[in-house]
Design a protein around this ligand. Structure first.
Ligand code: DLL
Length: 432
C-alpha cells in the first residue's frame, strides 16, 4: 500500500517543481529570520532571489554540526517561541547537544513523512505497534509515534529498556510491528528466545533505524523474529526519523523528496558528485519552519539511487548508509568502516551477532582486535574447533577489510548489550 500516491508516485517534473517552489520559500524564510544564514549569504553576496533553479542551491554554504553547537540552544530558530510546540535534542558523544524545534505544521509534516515510510514498511491501521525507542529528547520514539498514530495503528509506547517486560507485553498485547534500533531488536530476540516466548509472538514487521546496520544484520533479525525488516533513516538536525524509509522491496530507502532535498558531495572537497556516486549526504529541509536547515552535512556515507522500484514509488532512494565519515577507522593507513566487520561477523556460523571492535596504538602502531561471542547452542566443544572457527573468521575479515584483524572468541553473554544505539567501537587512540 502507498500512503500518499499523489506524491509518492509523482513524476520527476512534478516533484522538482514542488522542490523548487519550497526551496525558494525556505531560503527566503531562513534569510529573513535567522541572522546566521543572513550574514553568511550577505558575505557571499547571495540573495534568496538568486535561487532560480534547484542546482542554485550550490550558491549556499554548507551547514555543519558545529554551527548548531555555536548557536545553542535556539540561535537557528526562525520563528518566535510562541510558534514552537516541541523541542528535541540529540546529545551525541561530545559537546553541547544539538537542539531542534518544531512548529505545529512541522509536526504535521513529520507525521506525514512517517505515515509514508511506516506504510511502505508494511504497517497498517490494523497493526499493534510496539515502540521500543526511548521516549524523551531523542526524536525516534515521538517521531514514529505521530506517524503510526496518523495511519491508525494501535501504539504501545513502551520506550526502551526492561527487556523481559518488553517481551511479556509483546506476547500479551499481540504486537505486530516492532520499532527499535537493529541492535536492540537483536538483544530483544535473544531475550525472547531465552524466555521461550518466540512461539507466542505475533510480530510481522520490524521498522528499524537510528544506526547503521548491514544486510547480514537484517537477515539475522528477520530469521530470529520471523518478520520482514525494513530500515528508515533520519537525524535530529533536519527533523528526526522520516527522511527516508524502505518499502517491502528493500531496494534502498525512499526519500520524502517533497520535504527534503538531498545532495551527495565528496566528503573531502565538498564538491557535488554525480547521481549514483557514493559520498556524504547533504540535506536541505524544504518545509521546516521552526528551524530550517540549509545544506546540512550529515557525515553519513551513502549514494542516491534513481532506478525504478517495483513498488511503484518514484522517489529517489538512498542506499543503506555505509557508515559515517567520523566513524571511519584508519588502521595503518587502511580505511575501514565498522560495517565491513559486521558484514563478516553477523550470520557467521558458530558466533552470535554480539561483537566489539577495539582499536589502540602501541609504539606508534595502530592495533585492532575484534571480540565476538561464541554461540553456545552451536556445539563447539574442543579447542581445535574453536581455533578453526577463529581462523575462518580472520580469513574472511582479511578478504573484506584488506587487513589482518586478530579475532578473540569469548563466551556467550559476556559482551555488552544495547537498548538504543549500539556503541561497538572502542578507539583508545582518540584519547591520546
Ligand atoms: O537517530 C533519528 C532516527 C530515529 C532515525 C529513529 C531513524 C529511526 P539522531 O539521534 O540525531 O537521529 O542520529 C542521527 O543516526 O546522522 C546517522 O548517522 C544515524 N542513522 C540514523 N538512521 C540511520 C540508518 C536519529 N537507517 C544519525 N542507517 C544519522 C544508518 C542511521 N545510520
Amino acid at each position: 500500500m502507498i500512503w500518499n500516491p499523489a506524491i509518492e508516485t509523482a513524476d520527476r517534473e512534478t516533484i522538482e517543481k514542488i522542490q523548487l517552489e519550497r526551496l525558494k520559500d525556505i531560503v527566503g524564510h531562513a534569510y529573513a529570520h535567522v541572522p546566521f544564514y543572513r550574514e553568511r549569504m550577505d558575505k557571499k553576496g547571495v540573495k534568496p532571489q538568486d535561487i532560480r533553479k534547484l542546482s542554485d542551491i550550490e550558491l549556499l554554504d554548507f551547514t555543519v554540526k558545529n554551527d548548531l553547537r555555536d548557536n545553542y540552544p535556539y540561535g537557528l530558530f526562525a520563528v518566535p517561541m510562541e510558534e514552537v510546540v516541541r523541542i528535541h535534542a540529540s546529545s551525541g558523544t561530545t559537546g553541547r547537544p544539538i537542539v531542534a524545534g518544531y512548529t505545529r505544521q512541522d509536526l504535521d509534516n513529520w507525521a506525514e513523512c512517517i505515515a509514508r515510510i511506516a506504510t511502505a514498511g508494511g504497517a497498517t491501521r490494523g497493526d499493534i505497534a510496539q515502540i521500543s525507542f526511548g521516549y524523551g529528547l531523542f526524536t525516534g520514539a515521538f517521531g514514529l509515534h505521530q506517524g503510526l498514530e496518523k495511519i491508525g495503528a494501535a501504539i504501545v509506547p513502551i520506550s526502551s529498556g526492561n527487556t523481559e517486560r518488553q517481551i511479556n507485553l509483546m506476547r500479551d498485547f499481540g504486537s505486530t510491528v516492532l520499532i527499535a534500533t537493529p541492535s536492540y531488536a537483536m538483544y530483544m530476540a535473544e531475550v525472547a528466545q531465552r524466555m521461550d516466548a518466540l512461539k507466542d509472538i505475533k510480530l510481522k514487521y520490524g521498522l528499524f533505524g537510528a544506526e547503521a546496520s548491514t544486510e547480514a544484520m537484517r537477515a539475522e533479525l528477520e530469521r530470529r523474529w520471523g518478520i520482514v525488516a525494513t530500515e528508515n533513516y533520519g537525524l535530529t538536525e533536519v527533523m528526526g526519523p522520516g527522511v527516508a524509509g524502505e518499502c517491502l522491496c528493500k531496494t534502498g530507502m525512499h526519500i520524502n523528496e517533497d520535504f527534503f532535498l538531498c545532495e551527495i558531495v565528496d566528503p573531502v572537497t565538498g564538491k557535488a558528485l554525480p547521481l549514483g556516486e557514493q559520498g556524504e549526504m547533504v540535506i536541505t529541509t524544504l518545509t521546516k519552519r521552526a528551524m530550517p536547515m540549509l545544506r546540512y552535512r550529515t557525515r553519513d556515507i551513502t549514494r542516491l539511487l534513481a532506478d525504478k522500484c517495483p513498488c511503484g514509488r518514484t522517489s529517489l532512494r538512498m542506499e543503506k548508509c555505509k557508515g559515517r565519515t567520523d566513524d571511519m577507522l584508519i588502521i595503518r593507513g587502511v580505511n575501514l568502516f565498522p560495517s565491513q566487520i559486521e558484514s563478516v561477523l553477523v550470520g557467521a556460523q558458530g558466533v552470535t551477532p554480539n561483537y566489539e571492535i577495539n582499536v589502540s596504538r602501541e609504539n606508534y602502531m595502530d592495533k585492532i582486535e575484534v571480540r565476538v561471542e561464541l554461540d553456545d547452542s552451536y556445539n563447539i566443544d574442543n579447542f581445535i574447533q574453536v581455533e578453526r572457527l577463529r581462523k575462518d573468521i580472520m580469513a574472511k575479515l582479511r578478504t573484506v577489510c584488506q587487513l589482518d584483524i586478530p579475532v578473540i572468541l569469548v563466551s556467550g553473554g559476556t559482551l555488552k548489550r544495547f537498548e538504543g544505539k549500539a556503541r561497538r567501537v572502542n578507539d583508545s587512540r582518540k584519547l591520546v
